[in-house]
Design a protein around this ligand. Structure first.
Ligand code: AP5
Ligand code: MG
Ligand code: ZN
Length: 214
């Protein structure tokens, strides 16, 4: 099962991707998590990516595409994967389609988690992210058992640098300009599925499971 998650920043792509990954035993591949791990390790890629991420802009396509194509070639991705945060531009989507065609494969689903902009900013200010494993929580909608500590790995929880309201607004603008066109792209490919992302996160997940198992 090869799945792409679409949706605005804060729509819940990462939350749902993690749930899909654990239910179906396929890897969750998040370009945002890969960049944040590189920033933490202070790699060259991390330094470059940080310049863009802190401004709420997209990292240039050429820094993203090869990274993902290499990741998809690893053994654990043979049985499928859930891509979260990639593709994010039409050139990235075209590069992915071409890379898959080369090996005789194609995506099965592009799932758009639909949440209006009004809901996003408040969601982001309550988000907490694990510095260690990328686990994502919300102080109100998805709290950890112990405050400030990741349920999954015991790591420390932080507010992401790009979750400040001004940066979130910029990310939303970039989303509408550069990423939303992918909804048309995957509609034309015949694999787009839409779910309402404003309801409780277990309800969102139930709608996704229905799509994957119909
Ligand atoms: P990335 O990390 O992908 O960020 P994003 O797309 O902006 O999305 P988020 O991770 O902010 O949101 P999400 O949809 O995963 O929501 P979440 O599940 O956390 O990218 C960061 C940056 O990296 C980009 O800005 C860009 O610079 C760069 N980048 C990454 N990939 C790139 C690419 N391919 N090309 C170029 N640049 C790239 O949920 C949000 C919050 O809401 C959480 O607190 C959660 O607990 C809560 N929540 C989730 N679902 C619900 C619900 N149903 N009800 C209530 N609360 C909920
Ligand atoms: Mg995410
Ligand atoms: Zn963790």
């Amino acid at each position: 099962m090869k799945i792409v998650m679409l949706g605005a920043p804060g729509a819940g792509k990462g939350t749902q991707a993690k749930m899909i990954s654990s239910k179906y035993g396929i890897p969750h591949i998040s370009t945002g998590d890969i960049f944040r791990a590189n920033i933490k390790e202070n790699t060259e890629l991390g330094q470059k990516a940080k310049e863009y991420m802190d401004k709420g802009l997209l990292v240039p396509d050429e820094l993203v595409v090869d990274l993902v194509v290499d990741r998809l070639a690893q053994d654990d991705a043979k049985k499928g994967y859930v891509l979260d945060g990639f593709p994010r531009t039409i050139p990235q989507a075209e590069a992915l389609t071409a890379a898959l065609e080369k090996i005789g494969e194609k995506l099965d689903y592009a799932i758009d988690v639909d949440v209006p902009d009004e809901n996003i900013i408040s969601r982001m200010s309550g988000r907490r992210a694990c510095v260690n494993c990328g686990g994502t929580y919300h102080i109100k909608y998805n709290p950890t058992k112990k405050e400030g500590v990741c349920d999954a790995c015991g790591g420390e929880l932080i507010l992401r640098d790009d979750d400040k309201p001004e940066t979130v607004k910029q990310r939303l603008t970039v989303y509408h300009e550069q990423t939303q066109p992918l909804i048309d792209y995957y509609t034309k490919e015949g694999i787009l599925k839409e779910v309402d992302g404003t309801v409780d996160l277990d309800e969102v997940f139930n709608s996704i499971v229905e799509i994957l198992e119909q």
